[in-house]
Ligand binder design. Structure first.
Ligand SMILES: [Zn+2]
Length: 437
């Protein structure tokens, strides 16, 4: 073989990757599992995966992660980076929480030094929890997106994000104007999109904080940049829905607002989707928009419970995210655990194969980034997580009685958190151990 990358590293461990959506708890055809496996990485990419071969590995650096699992890095498709310091703020419901804490906190991000400090801590926290890609809302200030992407590029992470556009129903320090929101987003796209592994996202925060003129400007941006993602919130809380409908009285429902401005489509991420009408479910499915389920947030704010089976039956695309700081944990394992319980009380099931599919390949597909992230295939970016199901004394004891891969995954999601993340690789580089050092 010629032209081999010079920095080839062999990661040895129990390798697990999905290649299709599991159809049930025993769907062994949906994934590939290699007991003594190797992920060969070089120049930030996966070169190959397969059985560990001592002879082939002899000339390369080998990092032995056995008996831990090597999987694609986790993907979080809904998170707010300026909300790190309000996680766990005591409030009765969404609108109170926004007005009392969030809209106060986010005003700090007009200060570039503060934005830079939090952006750095934010990416550290994601790495600590095994999350290698996220779709992040920044604050209204363009400097918050600048701070975010500067850190993203410094770490060579594949991240999506954008400054939120919001021009009403928020304090003055958090309002832009339709024109400023448009101009700043355009400037942000020119500055950051496609740089390193950065993806700029068109981000009208939600219907309540955007005037019709601002949604028109969002529509103009979406038309000018059809390759870009759009992120916003939908049907999270009953009072929010009532307010949104008062603001747009002539439209059929909440989703009808985004529909009116042509903001729906396969690149659109709709956070929450809790209280949907039948029509809204149909339109989400028909437009191939993505419903992003955020269980820790929905429970914490008392917003409601995501009806997974209804969405699945309708053929809607589903992703799962944290929604920190309404969400209470950066951990996709904690998120799966809460998600599991949200479905349990509704008489629905989330089997462990589907869980781990969702936070890897499922979320990658939701973002349209499969092949690049979310699975361990040759040519994909080498963004990986190494999971230790014996990370705590109680997990180690419990593992003594675990005899299947599915049960190990279920233990990881039920009892695991950042302690179960033994290592996180970003573009082939070990990043979690470097944080601790
Ligand atoms: Zn959110």
């Amino acid at each position: 073989m010629t032209e081999r990358p010079h920095d080839v590293t062999v990661l040895r461990g129990r390798v697990l990757t999905f290649h299709s959506e599991p159809q049930g708890p025993d769907d062994t055809a949906s994934y590939r599992y290699i007991e003594d496996g190797a992920v060969v990485v070089g120049d930030g990419k996966i070169i190959m995966i397969g059985e560990f071969n001592p002879r082939a590995a002899a000339h390369h650096t080998v990092i032995d992660h056995r008996p831990n699992l090597i999987m694609p890095g986790f993907i979080d498709p809904h998170i707010h980076f300026p909300q790190m310091q309000i996680v766990g703020s005591y409030a009765a419901s969404l609108l109170e929480w926004l007005n009392t804490y969030t809209f106060v906190e986010e005003q700090k991000f007009g200060d570039p030094a503060h934005a830079a400090r939090i952006a750095s801590r934010f990416l550290d926290e994601l790495i600590r929890h095994g999350t290698t890609t996220a779709a992040a809302y920044c604050s209204v200030h363009p400097q918050s997106a600048d701070a975010f992407f500067a850190e993203v590029i410094r770490r060579n992470m594949l991240m999506l994000g954008g400054k939120v556009m919001m021009d009403r129903n928020a304090p003055e320090g958090l309002r832009d104007t339709p024109q400023a929101g448009y101009d700043d987003t355009k400037a942000g796209i020119a500055k950051w999109h496609g740089k390193g592994r950065a993806h700029y996202v068109i981000s009208p925060r939600f219907a309540i904080t955007s005037s019709p003129e601002q949604l028109e400007m969002s529509e103009a941006l979406a038309r000018e940049y059809p390759a870009l993602h759009i992120q916003t919130h939908l049907d999270e809380n009953l009072a929010e829905i009532e307010f949104a409908r008062e603001l747009y009285p002539n439209l059929r429902d909440y989703l009808g607002i985004y529909e009116r401005y042509h903001l729906l489509g396969p690149k659109t991420l709709l956070g929450h989707c809790i209280h949907l009408t039948d029509r809204e479910v149909e339109v989400i499915a028909a437009t191939k928009s993505v419903a992003v389920w955020c269980p820790t947030s929905n429970l914490f704010l008392g917003s409601g419970m995501f009806n997974h089976d209804r969405m699945q039956k309708a053929g809607a695309r589903i992703a799962i995210g944290t929604d920190v700081g309404g969400g209470t944990s950066y951990s996709m394992l904690r998120t799966l655990d809460e998600g599991y319980k949200v479905l349990q009380v509704q008489g629905q099931r989330l089997n462990p194969l589907r869980s781990f599919y969702l936070v890897t390949l499922g979320n990658a597909r939701a973002l349209g980034l499969e092949g690049r992230i979310g699975s361990l295939v040759a040519g994909a970016d080498a963004d990986l997580v190494v999971l230790d199901a014996r990370a705590t004394p109680q997990m180690a004891l419990r593992m003594e009685a675990v005899d299947t891969l599915a049960n190990e995954l279920f233990l990881l999601q039920t009892c695991g958190d950042d302690r179960a993340v033994a290592e996180t690789y970003v573009a082939g580089k070990a990043m979690k151990s470097a944080l601790a050092a």
